[in-house]
Every structure is written in C-alpha cells, then in structure tokens.
Write a protein that binds this ligand. Structure first.
Ligand code: SAH
Ligand code: SF4
Ligand code: F3S
Length: 440
C-alpha cells in the first residue's frame, strides 16, 4: 500500500481536521514513517499570524526538493492558507498537486486519486449551507482517553485583526444528534475526556432550528456514560451567557477551566478590534465565573501592538492582567493579515515597540502564572493519568483545571486513563509536582 504523512500547524480545529484526513486516507494508505518516505504528504496549514504561514511555506520548500527526486509524490496543501490563497498557491508552487480548504477535506481520497492521474485539483469552496459530515472517529488511532469533538465551524464575529471568518466561512453548527452520536462512540471506546471545538462555541446552535443552546449541549453530553471530563474552546467574552456560567457550578463533568481571550485591557483598542465588550464587562464575566466556581482556572489570549495602541492602552492591558491574575496567557505581537480590516489601519506600532511590550507582558504573566501554581501546594487534586512523568518511576497527567502534574505513584501498574488523587508538593514554572494519595 502507498503511505501518507500529515504535518499539522495551527489550532485544535486543524488537529481534528488532520485526524479526519488521516482516517479518510487510511482506507488506501499506511502511515508513513517520515515525510521523506511518504507517497502522499498533506500539509495542514495555519495563517492566523504571518509566522504561522511562514512555517508552512518553509516545509513546502522542503517538499519541492523531495518532489524533484520523486515526482510521483502527491503534495497536498490543506487548511487555512489553502482556503485563503486557493489556486494562487499552485502558481507560486507548481509542484503542489492538491489545494483543499477546510470544508472540502472529506473529498481528500478522491482528490488524491485524481492527482495520481495527473489531474491537479483546487477544492476551496466555502458554502454557507454546508452540512458537516459525521465520520465516527477511528478508535484505534489517536489518543485513547481524550479527544477533540468539533461542534461547529466558522466564525461570524469579524474581529478586525483576524483572518478566520475568511478562511473558515460563516458559523455552521452540527446537529446535536450528530455530536451526541460521536461522543457516545468515543465514550464506548474508552474516551473519558472530550474537548468541544468551535471558534465561538457560545453561539452554538444559533444557525439551526433543530439545535439546542451550547449550555444544553453540555448538559446532554455530560449524561453520556463514561464521559468524566468536558472542556471546550473557544468562548467569546461578549456572549458568555449566565446559562453557561451556571453549567460550571452545576455540571460536575464540566471542568473548572475556561479559555476566555481578552485581547486587550483598553476599551478604545477593544472597540477598534470589534470585540463588542469593554474591559469592565470582561471583568464582570470573570467575577460571575468565580462566583459560580471560586477556584476556576481562567486562561486568555492577548495581542500587543494592535494598530494605534498607545503606551496608555498597553498599561490598561497590564492592569487587567494584574486584576484578573490569569492562570495562563498566550500573547502575540499584532500581525497584519491580508483581508483583515486592521491591516488597512494607518497607525501601525513599530516592530521593536511590539517586541518590547510583548517581553514586558510575558515577564509579568510568568510571575502571575507561577504564583497561581503555588496556590495548589498542599492541596489534593484529581489527575487523569496520561503517561510517564519526568523522573524515573514517575507518572504524569492533568488536573480538571488542565494543569500538568508529574507525580510519584503509590502503586505499580498505574494506567493511562485512570483517575487518581495526588497531593501537590511543589510548583514548577509550567507544571505541578506531587505524590499519589492512596484511596482509603
Ligand atoms: N476564535 C478564537 C481565537 C482564534 S485565533 C477567539 O475568538 O478567541 C487565536 C488567537 O490568535 C486570538 O485569540 C488572538 O489573540 C490571536 N490572533 C488572531 N489574529 C491575530 C493577528 N492578526 N495578530 C496577532 N494575533 C492574532
Ligand atoms: Fe477570529 Fe474574532 Fe472569530 Fe475569534 S471571534 S475566530 S478572533 S474573528
Ligand atoms: Fe490557524 Fe485556521 Fe486555526 S488560521 S488558528 S488553523 S482556524
């Protein structure tokens, strides 16, 4: 059988799409041991920032040389760069055989077949009435105990810096029955933890009459036997509903962790980003979450150096970080994206200034994150075992709050997927360390 290799860049959506592509190709391909040896190479790309796109292009450069030596190799560009650039990719890189957008991945086997017959294909249609097919995941591949479940695609928010609405199209939800069938299938195969994926999960179901709210979907999935942990990403602060906040207090399976991207602490910048909330509203939502679950883990995304961001705006972001004390934050320098309206804003911040602000922010956030981890020392937490830990004889896993824990087991034969109690003894920069406490 021919072999296939998939390289994935970008977000969890892309990771899940790569799993789907792998499963579709598996009917007629084995998994290749390396990119160099593969007969089909799929590069699943991301274009969220310029750097993300460059990574994909540099890999494609390597593929050009491989293709010179082995012209029969089929090169596929998938994902958000594929969607955004379409046929232009083939003019720039004529050795690319197939360009396939996120909605068209289900046609991959057929497109690869056509490429073998020297028909090069560009499949980048984005239809607002697209129905996301359900392909029950292959339980023999992928993580045995935790999985991603895509509940919707696309985004209707049009934040002015962001390409996603242009690469993933409008919001389309999967029917609740399809999501339920997929989750039951996973749980029946031993999966204990699911992460529900969408660019803006809060608006799940709003595009279809047969759907329920996102909160109702969580409550329904929590009833599936075997599912012990439910996570989701990403939630937009502007429509984080009280109904969803209540789920954190009332649904034991919903993990006490929320990724709630704030982007900026300045109302002026937030308005120019088209985020549709103020810093005060964001803080009010954080307060509501903490009232529901006092020790909820809140993580965020921040952009520094958005066009027109002044020293004062940046100081407002720093104040917000100190006020919320996020358990973690991903922070980025603003990056111009073609199509995104902010790329046409005039008052760009100089590169060196963006670099400086990012360093200041990251240093402060690291201190906060470590202080947050120290709060766990002395506490007993539930960990889902994922594998071996750092040291000899150690195991590792994650808390419900999504923190990594390396710990000394109390007994031998601890298996991934098991839930154990661990007493935390030490906080490291990005993880916790502890000892299993035997159930008595
Ligand atoms: N749908 C999610 C996030 C998608 S992208 C949401 O709305 O929160 C992930 C993160 O990348 C964003 O939260 C933002 O912080 C960052 N990002 C997106 N576009 C960017 C750009 N042009 N420059 C820098 N960072 C960007
Ligand atoms: Fe991009 Fe905004 Fe949509 Fe998130 S909500 S994907 S940042 S447009
Ligand atoms: Fe990147 Fe597309 Fe995800 S641009 S972040 S892969 S939606």
């Amino acid at each position: 059988m021919p072999t296939a290799y998939i390289e994935t860049f970008g977000c969890q959506m892309n990771e899940r799409d790569s799993e789907i592509m792998a499963q579709l190709l598996a009917a007629e391909h084995e998994v290749a041991g390396s990119l160099e040896a593969a007969d089909v190479v799929v590069v699943n790309t991301c274009t969220i920032r310029e750097k993300a796109e460059q990574k994909a292009f540099s890999l494609l450069g390597r593929l050009r040389r491989i293709k010179e030596r082995r012209p029969e190799v089929v090169v596929v560009v998938a994902g958000c760069v594929a969607q955004q650039q379409g046929g232009a990719i083939r003019s720039r890189m004529p050795y690319v055989d197939v360009v396939v957008g996120p909605q068209e991945i289900y046609r991959l086997p057929e497109l690869v077949d056509q490429a073998r017959r020297r028909q090069r294909r560009v499949a980048t249609e984005l239809r607002p009435d697209f129905a996301i097919p359900t392909l029950l995941p292959d339980l023999r591949r992928g993580h045995p105990h935790k999985r991603f479940v895509t509940i919707m695609q696309g985004c209707n928010n049009f934040c002015t810096y962001c390409v996603v609405p242009y690469t993933r199209g409008r919001e389309i939800s999967r029917p609740p029955a399809d999501v339920l069938a997929e989750v039951r299938h996973l749980a029946g195969g031993g999966v204990r933890e699911i992460t529900l994926l969408g660019q803006n999960v809060n608006s799940y179901g709003q595009d279809r009459e047969d759907a329920c709210s996102f909160a109702a979907l969580i409550r329904m999935l929590a009833e599936v036997p075997g599912i012990r942990r439910i996570r989701f990403t990403t939630s937009h602060p502007k429509d984080l509903s009280d109904e969803l906040v209540a789920c954190f207090a009332e649904v034991p399976e919903l993990c006490p962790h929320i990724h709630l991207p704030v982007q900026s602490g300045s109302d002026r910048v937030l308005a120019r980003m088209n985020r549709k909330y103020t810093a005060a509203r964001y803080l009010e939502r954080v307060a509501a979450l903490r009232q529901a679950v006092p020790d909820i883990v809140i993580t965020t995304d921040v952009i520094v150096g958005f066009p027109g961001e002044t020293e004062e705006d940046f100081a407002a972001t720093m104040r917000l970080l100190d006020e919320v004390r996020f358990h973690g934050a991903f922070s980025f320098k603003y990056s111009d994206r073609p199509n995104a309206p902010a790329s046409r804003f005039a008052d760009k911040v100089a590169e060196e200034e963006k670099t400086r602000r990012l360093a200041v922010l990251q240093k402060r956030q690291e201190e906060i994150a470590l202080a947050r981890l120290r709060e766990y020392v002395g506490q007993q937490v539930e960990v889902m075992v994922e594998g071996e830990g750092r040291g000899p004889g150690q195991a590792s896993g994650r808390t419900a709050g999504n923190q990594i824990v390396n710990f000394t087991p109390d007994r031998s034969g601890l298996r991934p997927g098991e839930f154990v109690s661990v007493r935390i003894e030490e906080a490291c920069p990005h993880s916790l360390r502890g000892k299993e406490v035997s159930p008595s």
